[in-house]
Write a protein that binds this ligand. Structure first.
Ligand SMILES: Cc1ncc(COP(=O)(O)O)c(C=O)c1O
Length: 498
């Protein structure tokens, strides 16, 4: 046997977490990791249990427990407490040159399948910040979330249902939630459906992924709005779709252009209530034209109604699904905007023919959404709290947008031209000609302000430079501070222009 070193570093490998696992487990885990990653090598002698116990301030029995486990599992030889050494192990492929967890995602791309590479490449999207940071998009007003009510309902639901909530659930979703969602979608969004058509999923993005996986063959053309929602591009690209950039104008997706570009497309992805990111509402004529095309082509239309509830100038405009006479529309709803993004509950309302196959296929992917969350949400909707919350947030967001516009007129005068939006939770600001929105967004981020560059969402089509501002989650004081930093960022970028 090799006479190894007597590493004086062993105690340094070990920092015991007072709140962590039992101490003998922590010692065992740290030594095991050191052996596996090559820090401790074959023949190296572990310190005596007495010395290690003294250095770590634990009892000798604690260290002996860890050593005996290492011996039992074959990591060491000798006797616990009497000259334990690292055993001979075939570890050549696991030494320090093993890929580190910190390797960048870009470097590791070749490790991924072509589907995952397409997802990452097309679905360009940054992780949202952990705190609502002006002007990050998609953030509702967290302070309005009715936490006390939610906590009370959750406690009550666990009391009433108890261990029922631990049992496997119907993969289509918890029945009372499907009932509540169907009632809400019919009355509030003009969807035509019954609870039997509702599939509960983990947010809109999950719904889009299921549509892509279950409906698109590699090579199929899929119409995407341009500019459009990048995460949707990602999931359709991952399914092997040929993405067709169909322009959006003042009436929404240009259906005639789509028919010219790819009349045979398998699917169209649209955001008719508040087009993402331009904020256009799709006209009735375009909705009907899109449904006619879908019927003629035997294509599917995925309607992402991610924030149709938030309309300020009129009553909310009913969903396109309600106009569909031929069962071509898959309607996607989410609680990410109306409640919070971390709720991770959304729903797909499916044409009758797709319910059974989608439910079966979804079961085989991830079984079903978490049951307790579904149950509490069902109670929240059924007891009227959801309707109240939407009315409250709607009037709040309208005021916040007005505050944003008034502040922008002062703080960003001459730098950003912002138009009011009749709906949604963000507005668009246009930059002066020649100023790069990507450069401004980067400079703003360095100064602690988050703005999305519009050009990033343009598919392959060219477009003007602008910034997307989420406003719903921010107080006027936060907005003012962030606008001042943004103004400085724009001046810094423009001062570098030739
Ligand atoms: C167009 C669009 N669809 C859907 C969503 C919501 O997705 P999810 O429910 O997965 O959070 C967003 C959120 O930003 C969005 O902008």
């Amino acid at each position: 046997m090799t006479r190894g070193r007597t590493p004086s570093t062993v105690p340094m490998l070990l920092t015991l977490e007072p709140q962590g696992a039992p101490r003998h487990q922590q010692i065992y885990a740290a030594l095991r990791a050191a052996i596996l990653n090559g820090t401790l090598r074959q023949g190296d002698r572990l310190p005596s249990t007495r010395i290690l116990a003294r250095d770590l301030g634990v009892s000798r029995t604690t260290v002996l427990g860890a050593y005996s486990r290492l011996l039992t599992e074959g990591y060491g030889t000798g006797k616990a407490g009497a000259g334990t050494r690292v055993a001979a192990l075939p570890l050549s492929g696991r030494r320090r040159d093993a890929p580190s967890a910190s390797a960048s995602a870009d470097d590791a791309m070749p490790l991924l399948s072509s589907a995952a590479r397409a997802l990452v490449t097309e679905g360009k999207w940054r992780n949202p910040p952990r705190r609502a940071t002006p002007f990050a998009m998609g953030m509702p007003a967290f302070e309005l979330f009715p936490l006390t009510t939610w906590t009370r309902l959750a406690a009550r639901r666990w009391r009433l249902s108890g261990r029922e909530l631990l049992l496997p659930e119907d993969p289509q979703g918890y029945a009372p939630l499907r009932e509540a969602v169907a009632r809400y979608a019919v009355t509030a969004r003009g969807v035509r459906c019954t609870a039997d058509q509702v599939l509960i999923v983990n947010g809109a993005q999950h719904a889009l992924d299921l549509c892509a996986r279950f409906l698109v063959e590699p090579g199929d053309a899929v119409w995407m709005e341009s500019p459009g929602y990048q995460p949707a591009r990602g999931v359709f690209a991952a399914a092997g779709a040929r993405l067709i950039d169909v322009p959006v104008d003042a009436e929404g997706l240009d259906v005639a252009r789509g028919r010219e570009l790819a009349p045979e497309a398998r699917l169209a992805f649209v955001t008719p209530s508040f087009q993402w990111p331009l904020g256009v509402t799709m006209s009735l004529a375009r909705r009907l034209a899109l449904l006619d095309w879908a019927r003629d082509a035997g294509a599917w239309v995925v309607e992402d109604d991610y924030n149709g509830e938030y309309r300020y100038d009129t009553a909310p405009i009913p969903a396109m699904q309600g106009l569909d006479e031929h069962g071509r529309v898959l309607y996607v709803g989410t609680f990410s905007k109306t409640l919070a993004p971390a709720i991770r509950v959304g729903y797909l309302i499916l044409p009758a023919a797709l319910v059974a196959p989608f439910t079966r296929a979804r079961f085989l992917l991830d079984m079903h959404s978490p049951v307790a969350e579904q149950a509490v949400l069902a109670d929240f909707i059924e007891s009227g709290h959801f309707g109240r919350h939407i009315r409250r947030t709607r009037s709040h967001y309208q005021q916040r947008q007005q505050a944003f516009l008034a502040l922008a007129a002062r703080e960003l005068a001459g730098l950003v031209t912002v138009d009011a939006a009749p709906a949604g939770m963000h507005v668009i600001g246009l930059l002066p000609p020649g100023v790069s929105d990507v450069a401004v967004a980067e400079e703003a981020r360095r100064r602690g302000v988050i703005v999305e560059p519009l050009s990033k969402h343009l598919g392959t089509a060219p477009g003007s430079a602008g910034l997307l501002f989420g406003y719903a989650a921010y107080t006027p004081a936060q907005m003012r501070g962030a606008m001042r930093a943004l103004a400085a960022a724009i001046r810094a970028v423009t001062s570098c222009l030739p």
